[in-house]
Design a protein around this ligand. Structure first.
Ligand code: SF4
Ligand SMILES: [Zn+2]
Length: 132
């Protein structure tokens, strides 16, 4: 599988960044239980799931849900969650995007900072399935 690397800007540490990313993209027929267990204790689970839904992410486990489970959720409104995000945070940045707005400078800066920290901390970017 080709990994198209992209950086989600979550507001907290993504637990999967510290584990084997392959378990989040199991080969066909393999269990997603291990990955889901990691998600279960992840502080950015809700945000991660929303991110995957927003992107219509096809492959892998995100936010504790498998591909099939996410398909069922897809299309549910995201506006309420987006509105809760505060400006000056990485969440705020994505909220602007979700609401179809231009990001404000405070949010853009928070998002850039987050992305830098993510890469610094993990030494790599988050595995994203699916060639762009
Ligand atoms: S919820 Fe998202 S960020 Fe957290 S471990 Fe699961 S896939 Fe990774
Ligand atoms: Zn903002």
């Amino acid at each position: 599988m080709t990994l198209n690397l992209d950086v989600p800007a979550f507001d907290g540490p993504a637990l999967c960044a510290e584990t084997d990313p392959d378990s989040f993209f199991p080969d066909k027929g393999h269990s997603v239980a291990a990955a889901k267990k990691v998600c279960g204790g992840c502080p950015v689970k809700d945000e991660c799931l929303q991110w995957a839904l927003d992107r219509d992410e096809r492959f892998g486990v995100w936010g504790g849900l498998s591909e099939r489970e996410r398909r069922r959720l897809h299309g549910k409104p995201t506006t309420k969650r987006a509105r809760q995000a505060e400006c000056g945070t990485a969440s705020g940045y994505r909220a602007h995007k979700r609401l179809g707005e231009e990001s404000c400078e405070a949010c853009s800066e928070a998002n850039r900072t987050y992305n830098r920290e993510w890469q610094h901390r993990t030494g790599r970017r988050t595995p994203q399935a699916g060639a762009a």
